[in-house]
Design a protein around this ligand. Structure first.
Ligand code: NAD
Ligand code: UFG
Length: 336
């Protein structure tokens, strides 16, 4: 099978490309390098010993997409490309809707015209909004998102559902990721945030490596075991392996299938700080500051549907996640 990976140079995309190549899939990668660089592609080749075609292209570029589908016999698309910074999306809503929603529509149009109607889409636990209790299940009502980024994911899920209603040849798998952390265990590919990280793990490892001076812990008065926010952290390699199962699923049926990809376990901010200290042997400086607006106390998955229907379970625990995040950070203190 030949898979087009949009956003394949990014954090989750690059790890998924490695697992797809290792599993024997042929891949074609598309990225506009808005939030990534060509070096990640070199490292995918280095880790797998395999080559693949790359197109520097934007998912909003209809002609560019047409060319990719014309030149390659694509069987299915894994669609990672998108903007993902929650805070930035509040400042730049039009850019987020245009890139994420507009880009996905253009991609689906190009797919339809090329007769390729199998897609795996990167959604997020953020679509469950503020009102559902954890563990979060796929059957819960979605919406009530609190920022434009989350709303783009919600809107795209609705668009993909409508697409299937209009044409039953489509096979659509929507994956709702929880909190991806960790890196390939070689330490050669990993998360490479621009500027000051928004997410917890890259912030913590940058403090541990001495690049940043102190972690701000957003609130210690939540109703959780130590008062700090609880999330379902998942190793990026487990997440990548979930995409292999999802590709098998889209290849074998039509319809819309939705899966949580999480571990089902919740860890607090201070649990993560301690686990990184253990993995690195370095003390992580932190201070408690007020809550970050829009944050939930607790968010974790019920991952049983993915286990039952895809035969997928996250296997890497929190220690492994922190060891691998740390190895990537230590070996690449300036990123790629
Ligand atoms: P990332 O920024 O590392 O990767 C996204 C890639 O898409 C980047 O390489 C970027 O250059 C590319 N891209 C962006 N807009 C593009 C466009 N218009 N045309 C072509 N390429 C474009 O992010 P990631 O963490 O790997 O996330 C991948 C997907 O998973 C995103 O859709 C994201 O919203 C979703 N997701 C991520 C998380 C997370 O915490 N990392 C959680 C839930 C969902
Ligand atoms: N946190 C801190 N300090 C920081 C950063 C984060 O204390 O500097 C805390 C947050 O308050 C939260 C936890 O660490 O309790 C995790 O925060 P992240 O920003 O790493 O992750 P979120 O759960 O807020 O958001 C992530 C992705 C979103 C996605 C969401 C739901 O960044 O894209 O998960 O899937 F929408």
């Amino acid at each position: 099978m030949k898979i087009l990976v949009t956003g394949g140079a990014g954090y989750i995309g690059s790890h998924t490309c490695v697992e797809l190549l290792n599993a024997g899939y042929e891949i074609v990668v598309l990225d506009n390098f808005y939030n990534s660089c060509a070096e990640s592609l070199n490292r995918i080749k280095e880790l797998t010993g395999k080559d693949f075609k790359f197109y520097e292209c934007d998912i909003r570029d209809r002609d560019g997409l047409e060319k990719i589908f014309a030149e390659n016999n694509i069987d299915a698309v894994i669609h990672f490309a998108g903007l993902k910074a929650v805070g930035e999306s509040v400042q730049k809503p039009l850019e987020y809707y245009e890139n994420n929603v507009g880009g996905t529509i253009t991609l689906c149009e190009a797919m339809r015209d090329a007769g390729c109607k199998k897609i795996v889409f990167s959604s997020s636990a953020t679509v469950y909004g503020m009102n559902n209790p954890s563990p979060l299940k796929e059957t819960m009502q979605i919406g009530g998102t609190t920022n434009p980024y989350g709303t783009t994911k919600y809107m795209i899920e609705l668009i993909l559902q409508d697409l299937y209603v209009s044409d039953k040849d489509w096979s659509i798998t929507i994956l709702r990721y929880f909190n991806p952390i960790g890196a390939h265990e070689s330490g050669r590919i990993g998360e490479n945030p621009n500027g000051i990280p928004n997410n917890l793990m890259p912030y913590v490892t940058q403090v541990a490596v001495g690049k940043l001076s102190c972690l701000s812990v957003f609130g210690d008065d939540y109703d959780t075991h130590d008062g700090t926010g609880v999330r379902d952290y998942i190793h990026v390699v487990d997440l990548a392996l979930g995409h292999i199962k999802a590709v098998e699923k889209v290849a074998s049926c039509t319809g819309v299938n939705i899966y949580n990809l999480g571990t089902g376990n919740g860890y607090s901010v201070l649990d993560i700080v301690k686990a990184v200290e253990k993995a690195s042997g370095v003390k992580v400086n932190y201070k408690i500051v007020p809550r970050r607006p829009g944050d939930l106390a607790t968010c974790y998955s019920d991952p049983s549907k993915a286990k039952a229907e895809l035969g997928w379970v996250a296997e890497r625990g929190i220690e492994k996640m922190c060891e691998d995040s740390w190895r990537w950070q230590k070996n690449n203190p300036k990123g790629y």
